[in-house]
Design a protein around this ligand. Structure first.
Ligand SMILES: O=C(O)CCC(=O)C(=O)O
Length: 290
């Protein structure tokens, strides 16, 4: 199916219906989230588990799920969840949080995360897949806050996983024109649709910027990942996966291109077209959305 404007209205995960409508329209919202005490507990957790800034496979940008140490990953997931769940209960309804992690953006010119979409977590013809992003210090342009191209989550369908190519790979300079910063107070949350195009520039401040992150899906949605059908590049299959499958990768970037052992094929194959989109086509469609 060629890229088009989608009109899926996913079932709400936010109790605040006005905020959910903004999320459906813009693909990203910001809201007060943690108490000062919960924020302090998360900062303490960050410092106690990382006496020195850890280094992972992405230079300058550490993500706990990239670690080979399963005990550490499960500990950090459990401890973050224990702290954030009371606040998830306050703001979310009919939701599940999966694959919780910590991100640590070094104070370094090499800490950029280039534009991308996050992997699907649910069947986006019915549900949305969301990322909950909570910085532990105030974020701004200088320390490389999150930038997003609002409404791009509605260009689709897009199928996104480590083993699938991105259709946006050739038009970075066009997308860059539409990325806007989201400056966020420590402990506030950004909830964004995983299909939205987003990035974070380098952290040019003097302070490391830790963030916690979790994947949020509707409680009636299965956690789904996609992979090419056997020996095909025009068909993909859907697989139901377990809630913390990413924590179990031993070598994240090698393992994630293969299906995890827990994956169970569901549904029927989906015909797809991964032809890269060009700048003119993107702008023609995107301008209809703005
Ligand atoms: O924390 C950041 O700098 C960016 C996070 C991000 O892009 C993501 O989680 O997908």
């Amino acid at each position: 199916m060629p890229l088009q404007i989608l009109n899926v209205v996913p079932p709400s995960v936010l109790k605040n219906e006005k905020l959910q409508q903004e999320l459906n329209l813009e693909g990203i919202v910001q809201m007060p989230f943690l108490s000062p005490n919960a924020l302090a507990q998360l900062n303490e957790l960050y410092h106690s588990l990382h006496p020195v800034i850890p280094v992972g496979p992405i230079k300058g940008f550490y993500v706990s799920v990239h670690s080979p140490d399963l005990d550490y990953k499960l500990k950090i997931q459990n401890e973050i969840n224990n702290i954030i769940f009371p606040f998830c209960e306050l703001y979310f309804k009919n939701y599940t949080c999966v694959n919780t992690a910590m991100l640590i953006k070094s104070a370094s010119p090499e800490s950029e995360l280039i534009f991308h979409q996050d992997w699907n977590a649910a069947d986006e013809s019915k549900f949305a897949s969301y990322t909950l992003w909570i910085p532990l210090i105030d974020t701004n342009i200088k320390n490389g806050t999150l930038f997003a191209a609002k409404r791009t989550h509605r260009l689709g369908p897009t199928y996104r996983s480590a083993s699938l190519p991105s259709i946006y790979g050739n038009i970075g300079s066009t997308i860059a024109k539409y990325l806007v910063p989201f400056e966020v107070k420590a402990g506030n949350a950004v909830l964004f649709d995983k299909a939205i195009l987003h990035q974070s520039p380098p952290n040019f401040s003097n302070s490391v910027r830790p963030t916690i992150l979790s994947t949020v899906i509707h409680s009636s949605a299965s956690y789904i990942t996609y992979a090419f059908a056997k020996e095909r590049k025009d068909m993909i299959e859907s697989y139901k996966v377990s809630n913390d499958f990413m924590q179990h990768y031993k070598s994240f970037f090698e393992d994630s291109v293969n299906l995890p052992a827990c994956a169970i094929k569901v549904g029927t194959p989906i015909s797809t077209d991964f032809t890269p989109i060009n700048a003119e086509e993107f702008e023609r469609l995107y301008k209809e959305l703005l």
